[in-house]
Design a binder for this molecule. Structure first.
Ligand code: KG4
Ligand code: ZN
Length: 352
């Protein structure tokens, strides 16, 4: 029997198995990560080898360098993940991998590694969307959380409001028409002379500033659930360049703070408006920008006021990690979705 014929049979059996151990692989950007996750909720290990210090030198992720470092690190990340979980490769029921969205070369390393493992172990291979993975991070942090709920997806690649009707049923309510919110944080950080990745740096600096800077900017798309951040990004860049050209003093902390206030107001306002309009009493946050302290604060406050329950991943599961991929892969399996054969390849973009 061919690998895939055997895999189809095993996949069907696993759908009703009581305990399922998934080994998951994530390499879509600059983190090489492998996790062992039981039944979508229990993370036995989640090893993340970050390349931040390497890419910092260039002010952002250099795709070719990211791919090379994934190749260099992935085998030792696997060994650590197995040893931390106290498991052997033979204990693994299925291998899951992020196939997109992300950097093509970086994704390919994880995809090929996962294909090889699945083939060698004779277990099913599950192809997972990175965006769904970010939503799945919440199942790890909140053991009782179940769909339906509304999700505010805020990462370096996506900014969207998504109806999560079931574990594997998603409906897009609104999304960015230009830049993602993460990109916008990174760009503002860069113009302020902060390190990569910019989001956490802006978050930190904003705490020392006041919301007193007026940018030449009006929030667009007021009556829609879509977002647009490129105008704000340009307004902040122009403000800083203008001051620098004229040699005028200004507070970088105030710029960070005022920028962050505008962004977090917009995200909070639209997420809560969508909860109201579509009748959701549960709001879930997903993606790296979900680690932003001011966004978390504002969402908490607004949700309390509006009687909406708020769910956010603990900080280490907000940014890229394989744990979240293993979590959602379990629900793919339950829904009979995602089984891949050895022709699986990477995709730089995926639909929500
Ligand atoms: O979800 P993620 O790890 O990767 C993608 O799937 O894109 O998100 C990365 C983005 C980066 O733009 C990073 O600057 C941003 O999340 N980020 C933050 C914070 N921590 C990470 N943005 C604002 N505040 C933070 N604390
Ligand atoms: Zn991500």
């Amino acid at each position: 029997m061919s690998y895939f014929e055997d895999s189809k049979i095993k996949f069907e059996k696993l759908r009703t198995k009581k305990d399922v151990l998934i080994l998951s692989v994530e390499s879509s950007c600059d983190e090489t990560s492998i996790a062992l996750v039981r039944n979508g909720r229990d993370v036995l290990s989640n090893v993340i080898s970050s390349q931040i210090d390497i890419h910092k030198l260039y002010g952002g992720v250099v795709p070719e360098i990211a791919s090379r470092n994934h190749i260099k690190n992935i085998s030792s990340v696997l060994r650590q993940a197995l040893s931390m979980a106290g498991k052997k490769l033979e204990d693994v029921d299925a291998v899951a991998v992020t196939y997109g969205a992300g950097l093509m070369g970086a994704l390919l390393v994880g995809v090929n590694f996962a294909k090889t493992l699945a083939f060698a172990l004779k277990v099913p291979l599950i192809a997972v969307s990175h965006v769904h993975g970010h939503i799945g991070a919440n199942y790890i942090s909140h053991k009782d959380l179940e769909p339906p709920f509304l999700c505010l997806m805020v990462s370096g690649g996506h900014t969207a409001i998504v109806e999560v009707q079931d574990y594997c049923k998603f409906k897009l309510i609104g999304s960015t028409v230009d830049d993602s919110v993460g990109e916008c944080f990174d760009k503002v950080a860069r113009v302020l002379g902060l390190n990569y990745p910019g989001g956490p740096e802006v978050d930190k600096l904003a705490k020392e500033g006041q919301n007193v800077v007026k940018f030449n900017y009006k929030p667009p798309l007021k009556d829609s659930f879509d977002f647009s951040f490129s105008g704000l990004k340009t307004a902040v860049v122009n403000f800083v360049h203008n001051k620098e050209q004229k040699n005028e003093k200004f507070s970088r902390a105030d710029v960070a703070c005022s920028f962050q206030e505008i962004v977090t107001d917009e995200l909070t306002h639209k997420a809560l408006k969508a909860c109201e309009k579509f009748g959701f009493k549960k709001l879930v946050i997903a993606g790296g920008v979900g680690a932003n302290s001011r966004l978390r604060e504002k969402l908490q406050e607004s949700c309390e006021k509006m009687g909406v329950s708020l769910f956010m991943p603990v900080l280490k599961y907000c940014t890229d990690n394989a744990g979240m991929i293993g979590a959602i892969a379990y629900y793919y399996l339950k829904a009979g979705k995602g089984l891949a054969d050895l022709t699986l390849t990477a995709k730089p973009t995926v639909e929500i």
